[in-house]
Write a protein that binds this ligand. Structure first.
Ligand SMILES: Cc1ncc(COP(=O)(O)O)c(C=O)c1O
Length: 356
């Protein structure tokens, strides 16, 4: 019950255990083609807009910056937490001129705040995190992306802990660059970054424009159309497992999976109301909840693991010891969620009762 990597379905584990086929085999080309089509379904995008590459969520983040924003472009970064700040830092590493729009109080950035910030300079792109996994804040990305697009600004969205669990419609035309990773709501093992790139941004994807090899998406464009072209060796077992996980998503249905996640989110929010344990987020993600527990997070986490064999997460960065994060994403169902929340309330009681 950490916010990724998540539990895997048996069918996905079985795909991981398949024989090691070669990346130049007919079987792999065929499967990779299917994988791209299935990924497009998850993003509500066109197949030719998709890129799937060996790497993690941070690959998506860094490759987007390196490929499109690495030449001193002015960028506005919306920061609600740790991963928003990471996005901004990577942009700075690649030489973008970054202005931060920081929203501290557990809220989504508002359209007004964004419009005001965008009016202050000639920005090329806005960076935003859909579900901020560090504190459970959900940005209203469709409203924010519309605000940016109306002003001719490209929209870059980190959908690492939202894609598959919360609606994000790439086909709406509001987004230019959206990335996710395999190990969260898609319920596949870590190892694949999934990226959708808009038709407007795509002409900028020319190989060799930027000082990077692996992160230069221009080099990857042709390979997505023809995986027989060699660039690097893909993590074949992970890709095969991801393909099956995406089939499972299709079987469940996008809408039904979104609804299941929102039910799990509501269970976490009810728990907060019933127990008085404060949630960090006001605008809340249905995939991850961050509860403020003073300095008791490590003890609570240990209790839950010891007494119930359930792994939850503490905070990230400076807030490591004061936050319990529960990931209710991927395959989690109401029973597992109930069991986790019961374990959490028992641990809260026993840690409170323990001598300091
Ligand atoms: C919102 C968000 N962005 C980016 C990342 C980085 O992804 P990865 O750890 O797969 O590189 C994470 C990881 O948890 C995340 O939750």
């Amino acid at each position: 019950m950490i916010p990724g990597p998540t539990n895997l379905d048996r069918s996905v584990l079985e795909a991981l255990a398949l024989p090691a086929i070669g990346h130049t085999s007919r079987e792999f080309y065929d499967e990779f083609g299917e994988l791209l089509a299935l990924a497009a379904n998850a993003f509500m995008a066109k197949r030719e807009q998709m890129v799937v590459i060996t790497g993690s969520g941070t690959f998506g983040m860094e490759s987007g910056i390196a490929t499109f924003l690495g030449n001193g472009e002015k960028v506005l970064a919306i920061i609600n937490g740790y991963f928003g700040e990471r996005f901004a830092q990577i942009a700075e590493i690649y030489g973008s001129k970054v202005k931060r729009l920081t929203v501290r109080d557990g809220r989504s950035a508002s359209e007004d705040e964004l419009a005001r910030a965008l009016s202050e300079d000639d920005f090329k792109a806005v960076l935003m995190v859909h579900s901020e996994t560090s504190n459970g804040v959900l940005n209203d990305v469709s409203a924010l992306a519309r605000t940016a697009k109306e002003r001719g600004v490209y929209t870059f969205v980190d959908a690492v802990s939202s894609l598959g669990g919360v609606k994000l419609d790439f086909g709406s035309g509001l987004y230019d660059f959206v990335f996710a990773s395999s190990q969260k709501c898609l319920a596949a093992p870590p190892g694949a970054a999934l990226i959708a790139i808009s038709d407007e941004l795509r002409p900028l994807m020319k190989p060799g424009r930027v000082r990077s090899y692996y992160f230069d998406l221009g080099r990857w464009a042709d390979i997505m159309g023809d995986p027989k072209i060699y660039l690097t060796t893909p993590a074949i077992p992970n890709f095969r497992a991801l393909r099956v996980a995406l089939m499972n998503l299709m079987d469940e249905g996008r809408e039904r999976r979104w609804e299941r996640h929102s039910m799990l989110g509501r269970a976490a929010w009810r728990f907060s109301e019933d127990t008085g344990v404060r949630l960090m987020a006001v605008d809340r993600s249905p995939t991850v909840s961050a509860f403020y527990v003073g300095s008791r997070a490590p003890a609570i986490k240990e209790r839950i693991l010891k007494d119930h064999n359930i792994l939850v997460a503490t905070g990230i960065g400076q807030e490591r010891d004061s936050i319990i994060r529960i990931g209710h994403l991927g395959l989690t169902d109401v029973h597992l969620m109930d069991e986790t929340l019961i374990a959490f309330s028992e641990a809260l009681r026993s840690v409170a009762a323990a001598p300091a």
